[in-house]
Design a protein around this ligand. Structure first.
Ligand SMILES: *Cc1c(COP(=O)(O)O)cnc(C)c1O
Length: 409
């Protein structure tokens, strides 16, 4: 979290004291560091110097248009999973030629929109979908690139709700059927069978599952190319995890992809979400009430699971930092909870948190990915504000939603 450091007792974002933002802005809110976004992107770029590749940011991780604009300015494309995300990517300045359309249930309207907007590649997940894309492309008289999303059947060690590349998951086409699909590809006159795509899950910290997926895919590539087809793109998905205590071996990851797939006339597509935006934000919240029971202290904050769903949904653990640091530690276990009427509305349990007081502010770390984009209006709570810090100044990039909008629906 190098862009979020303590200076003295003050937690800062790019040298701006977060405490000073809380004086101007109602909590809770998301606070992003623009420098951190650029740093994360450079990590990809620096590792990809020599290969023919495309980095497509997975918009579902965060779809704030001002953030997508920054990402677009750095030259990234987009990986989208709906027409709304497609439109947002376009609006942020990403060309259709740099957009990959993923997802297991694209509608007719969405496919039409993608084809009309020159989508670089639609990743298809079933024979029925391939037929549908061909039919729509035929009606529009366009030849459309598709990728075949395969299910490599690997089981990454991550939360069971975020594995996607195991055969019991709904995603992708089983390996055993893919060769046959390529053999039938001439039946689909309006499609270019561009290549293969996989995405095995999310928040994966180990290299091995990626290596396994690469191995399996590489074997398939060889078999398909032996049948005189050319695999022009390999889409390796996203899925790399972030963890303050553990470094993901980026360099080895890129070497791995290079080793298995780099080839003249072949493009490698990366679809990172979390690794671009996850560690760029804090969720700032205020302590409303402190409620002491016999064996613990409940700390009720003003952010809830509707604002940040990952702990409730996946049991994700996010560190929580005080905005103003002190050296005295609470004697009891504290449990930091939200205001929502659900027992799962709980953020963290800690045995060594500093002394807490009502009115103090805290920051939930690594909240940039799947935070804002997954938030809801549950309990009729408005979407919270988002601010972007750039060079010691902050600007509001999403205003807090007004209650009027909500209560009239
Ligand atoms: C969600 C998703 C991604 C991004 O995953 P991260 O874990 O955020 O990197 C990439 N590709 C596809 C197809 C996805 O569904």
């Amino acid at each position: 979290m190098s862009n979020f450091q303590y200076q003295g007792e003050n937690l800062t974002c790019e040298n701006l004291e977060i405490d000073s933002i809380t004086r101007d802005l109602e909590t809770p809110f998301y606070c992003y560091s623009s420098k951190k976004i650029r740093d994360n992107i450079n990590k990809y770029k620096n590792n990809l110097k020599n290969s023919n590749s495309k980095i497509c940011f997975a918009l579902k991780a965060n779809s704030n248009i001002e953030l997508i604009k920054i990402i677009a300015q750095q030259g990234l494309g987009a990986d989208v999973v709906s027409m709304g995300e497609f439109q947002k990517a376009l609006k942020a300045g990403i060309s259709g030629k740099d957009i990959v359309f993923s997802g297991v249930g694209k509608t007719q309207k969405e496919i039409e929109f993608a084809i009309k907007n020159h989508c670089f590649q639609i990743n298809a997940e079933s024979l029925s979908e391939i037929k549908k894309i061909n039919e729509i492309a035929q009606n529009l008289n366009i030849k459309q690139n598709i990728g075949i999303r395969i299910n490599p059947d690997v089981k990454p060690e991550t939360h069971s709700k975020i594995t996607t590349g195991s055969i019991e998951n709904k995603f992708g086409i089983p390996i055993s059927e893919v060769k046959n699909l390529f053999n039938q590809s001439n039946l689909f006159e309006n499609l270019n069978f561009n290549g293969l795509a996989f995405h095995i899950g999310s928040q994966i910290m180990k290299l091995e599952p990626f290596e396994e997926a690469c191995k399996i895919t590489n074997q398939l590539v060889k078999e398909i190319e032996n049948n005189d087809f050319k695999i022009k793109t390999i889409d390796v998905g996203g899925g790399i995890g972030i963890d303050d205590d553990e470094e993901f071996q980026f360099e080895n990851y890129f070497n791995l992809i290079d080793l298995y797939f780099a080839k003249k006339d072949r493009m490698i597509i990366f679809e990172p979400g979390r690794t671009i935006i996850g560690n760029t934000a804090l969720l700032i919240s205020k302590i409303l009430y402190i409620k002491e029971t016999e064996d613990k202290i409940f700390v009720v904050i003003d952010a809830g699971m509707n604002d940040f769903m990952r702990p409730a949904l996946y049991g994700a653990v996010h560190d929580i930092l005080p905005i103003l640091k002190s050296s005295s530690i609470e004697k009891k276990t504290i449990e930091i909870v939200g205001p929502i009427c659900e027992t799962s509305d709980k953020f963290l349990t800690s045995d060594n948190f500093q002394n807490v007081n009502e009115g103090d502010f805290i920051a939930i770390s690594n909240a940039g990915a799947y935070g804002s984009s997954m938030s809801s209006n549950y309990n009729i709570r408005p979407n919270i504000a988002e601010v972007l810090v750039n060079d010691k100044k902050f600007s509001i990039i999403r205003k807090r939603q007004s209650l009027e909008d909500l209560i009239n629906q």
